[in-house]
Design a protein around this ligand. Structure first.
Ligand SMILES: NC(=O)c1ccc[n+]([C@@H]2O[C@H](COP(=O)([O-])OP(=O)(O)OC[C@H]3O[C@@H](n4cnc5c(N)ncnc54)[C@H](OP(=O)(O)O)[C@@H]3O)[C@@H](O)[C@H]2O)c1
Length: 354
């Protein structure tokens, strides 16, 4: 259905600013929702899509992964989970579908019902919108069970950890290091791992220790301290001795040469195990280490969206962290927010209100 109701921030060519203009009105196919977006969030990946057209499949393009808003239309087969007027958050999948209607940077976006959850009335849209893509990435990092080939020649990680639960605690404890505990993906991974009963040791700047602890980290280490690699190894060793269970590996939510070097040094001393990365893994790893890259686009997160997110948000168990940094109101501010994202953030998610 063509309509001038919708507007979007379009990318017409790699390396150019987004241009706000009319867009076709999306319609909801089977198992889809159309959302009237009240807020969208910016992810580092969006900057790569703009600068280098990574993952852009169709021109002009509407991209963006995170939406919060009100259900405008419900597709067939959605059943009773969502109805028109519900407040929701959701993960927009233009990244994989390539369809402009699946991009977040618009007034109306189509999302799969399997990647949406109810947002309680007590949580503002600008706060709830920090969750979706970080949740997708974190679940993939933690819960993928088998190494695979989501990207050619790039092995996927296989930490194979349990899904988060409102009730379960894992005994004996598994101990996991989360490198980049104050990042969007790292802080969400800390929350989800903790909610699965995992003992988390987080690595972040000292100014963000409180955030990491609020997400459930048992201990936090400052990567600016000269002794932090030794300190983390010591804490992981002690945790296994005291808590019982096993050391399961590192989720490196930063994945730079520096974090790879430090992470591999830790794994070598802790006796191998998994290194789950957000970018292609290091080519050379010590014997016994299995390294792989997450690829947050498959159905791994569906059970978490379906069985956990709505109830955990309502119960206050899933917190919308890191806090939003609202850049402005209106689609014109998406470009401003993308530029701020290139500059980098610390323990914050850049958000645009619509
Ligand atoms: N492969 C995938 O499917 C996938 C999915 C999502 C994201 N990603 C990638 O994952 C990365 C993280 O995304 P994001 O949105 O979570 O990023 P973000 O929130 O923008 O990351 C900022 C955070 O990184 C932390 N950081 C930077 N250098 C660090 C270091 N050396 N040690 C520890 N922490 C460090 C900072 O911590 P402090 O301020 O505390 O120093 C800051 O809070 C991006 O590169 C993104 O492209 C990949």
């Amino acid at each position: 259905m063509a309509s001038n109701l919708n507007r979007a921030a379009w990318l017409h060519k790699a390396g150019t600013p987004l241009e706000v203009g009319e867009a076709p009105m999306p319609t909801a196919g089977p198992n889809e929702l159309v959302i009237r977006n009240a807020a969208v969030a910016i992810n580092p990946l969006d900057c790569h899509m703009q600068s280098a057209s990574v993952f852009v499949q169709q021109w002009p393009s509407i991209f963006g992964c995170d939406v919060a808003g009100v259900v405008h239309e419900v597709g067939s087969d959605v059943h009773e989970r969502f109805k028109v007027g519900d407040r929701v958050i959701g993960h927009a999948i233009n990244l994989t579908s390539g369809r402009p209607q699946d991009g977040a940077f618009a007034l109306y976006t189509t999302i799969p019902a399997s990647k949406a959850a109810i947002l309680p009335s007590s949580i503002p849209f600008t706060t709830g919108v920090v969750v979706p893509f970080a949740l997708e990435a974190a679940v993939c990092a933690l819960s993928v069970k088998q190494p695979g080939t989501a990207l050619p020649n790039v092995p996927t990680p296989a930490l194979g950890l349990p899904y988060p639960s409102l009730t379960t605690t894992t005994t004996p404890k598994k101990t996991l290091i989360i490198y980049g505990g104050s990042s969007s993906v790292g802080s969400m991974a800390t929350q989800l791992a903790t909610a699965a009963g995992i003992h988390v040791l987080a690595i972040a700047s000292a100014r963000n220790f409180d955030l990491c602890r609020a997400c459930g980290a048992a201990a936090v280490f400052d990567y600016h301290d000269a002794s932090f690699v030794d300190d983390v190894v010591q804490a992981a060793t002690t945790a296994v001795e005291v808590e019982g269970g096993e050391f399961v590996g590192i989720f490196d939510a930063v994945s730079t040469p520096e974090t790879y070097a430090n992470g591999l040094a830790m794994l070598e001393r802790l006796g191998g195990s998994h290194l789950a990365c957000v970018h292609p893994p290091p080519e050379e790893v010590p014997e016994g280490v299995k390294a792989g890259m997450i690829f947050a686009v498959d159905e791994v997160a569906t059970p978490v969206w379906r069985d956990y997110v709505t109830d955990a948000l309502a119960a206050g168990r899933l917190k919308c962290l890191p806090s939003p940094l609202v850049v402005g109101k209106g689609l014109e501010f998406v470009q401003v927010a993308l530029e701020k994202c290139v500059e980098g953030v610390s323990a914050a998610k850049l958000v645009v209100e619509l």
